[in-house]
Design a protein around this ligand. Structure first.
Ligand SMILES: Cc1cc2nc3c(=O)[nH]c(=O)nc-3n(C[C@H](O)[C@H](O)[C@H](O)COP(=O)(O)OP(=O)(O)OC[C@H]3O[C@@H](n4cnc5c(N)ncnc54)[C@H](O)[C@@H]3O)c2cc1C
Length: 300
């Protein structure tokens, strides 16, 4: 990120909540469960699948962990009653990976069971590289216990190809592939965008080779094109993969995929912890921070 862009992002992070919200609301369904459900029902009526995410990460306070746990259960019940199919995505640091590792597994297993009883698939998002092994271990244990769960692999991590092989060797896995959003060291992560893209496509190919189910999570037109070529060459049917995008991003690409009949799932974040999520989005895409500033100038 250039120095100027960095400065803009820093400025945005000091702005009043109401101003940041004006811009963030494009990417966040709202603060309450009903807000998330409304967006999901709208997307469903336009042919898109969904995965629901309650915002929050690195929660340190046990009471907050319990609150998130209860909110996810409430969300699962509401999703079930609405009769619209959908998934949930969780982050292990919301469930005590750092704050209460002893009880992490039982919490996640209970939620997975509860979701499963309500016909809802649970995917564990991938966080920074210090959490990768624990996350994949937990995913494996849940799978071995017969739960329908998914994991995420990040194409920037050099270990990811080995992880695919390990995860898929005994039974097909269900893996979302994304580039990866955290800052990781060159020792463990590719830094060059083309290397990350190549690794992404290699991981996708391995998943197909091993009869596993990939969720192709990207808004990068080059990667989408290369993934579509892979799908075409292998003559795959739409039941064998899906594309995923974030709420509020990639509208033209969405349309192209839907028009061509590819399954597309939208990741719908909502919740009270929206500010930290938005600032991360701004850091990832400094262009957004410029727009916020432009908005403010026009407000003033
Ligand atoms: C459904 C989904 C789930 C994800 N889950 C995880 C996860 O579990 N762990 C993890 O580390 N990362 C996750 N990510 C984030 C991912 O790793 C990337 O950081 C992010 O998707 C940007 O990469 P890209 O492939 O879209 O390519 P980029 O080249 O970064 O983006 C392509 C274009 O898309 C637009 N764009 C991309 N991202 C955004 C954004 N956030 N806001 C606005 N515009 C944007 C920009 O215009 C950009 O030029 C997820 C992404 C998606 C789509």
């Amino acid at each position: 990120m250039g120095i100027l862009s960095k400065a803009f992002v820093e400025t945005v992070s000091y702005m009043p909540e109401s101003v940041v919200w004006r811009f963030a609301r494009r990417y966040i369904a709202g603060t309450e469960i009903c807000d998330g459900l409304k967006v999901r029902s709208d997307l469903y009526s336009r042919g898109m699948l969904n995965t629901m995410d309650i915002l929050g990460e690195d929660i340190e306070d046990l009471e907050q962990i319990n609150i998130i746990n209860r909110l996810y259960c409430e969300l699962v019940s509401e999703m079930h009653s609405s009769q619209i199919p959908g998934n949930i995505s969780i982050k292990l640091t919301q469930f005590g990976l750092r704050a209460d590792p002893v009880n992490l597994f039982s919490r996640v297993r209970e939620l997975t069971e509860y979701a499963g009883e309500h016909g809802i698939f649970l995917r564990i998002d991938m966080e920074d590289a210090t959490t990768t092994s624990t996350t994949l271990d937990l995913y494996n244990v849940l799978r071995q216990d017969g739960h329908k769960v998914g994991a995420v692999l990040q194409a920037y991590l050099k270990r990811s190809q080995e992880d695919v092989i390990e995860l898929s060797k005994n039974a097909p896995s269900n893996i979302r592939i994304c580039k990866g959003i955290y800052k990781e060291s060159p020792d463990i992560a590719f830094q060059n965008p083309d290397d990350i893209r190549d690794n992404f496509i290699n991981i996708l190919g391995l998943l197909f080779d091993m009869n596993s189910y990939p969720a192709i999570a990207t808004h990068d037109p080059i990667l989408i094109k290369r993934s579509l070529e892979e799908i075409k060459q292998r003559r795959l049917s739409p039941e064998q993969y899906e594309f995923q995008m974030l709420h509020g991003v990639g509208f033209n690409l969405r349309k192209m995929l839907l028009d061509e009949g590819h399954p597309l799932r939208i990741y719908i974040p909502f919740g009270k912890a929206w500010r930290a999520y938005s600032l991360r989005r701004f850091r990832e895409n400094p262009k957004l921070a410029f727009y916020v500033l432009k908005n403010i100038v026009s407000i003033g």
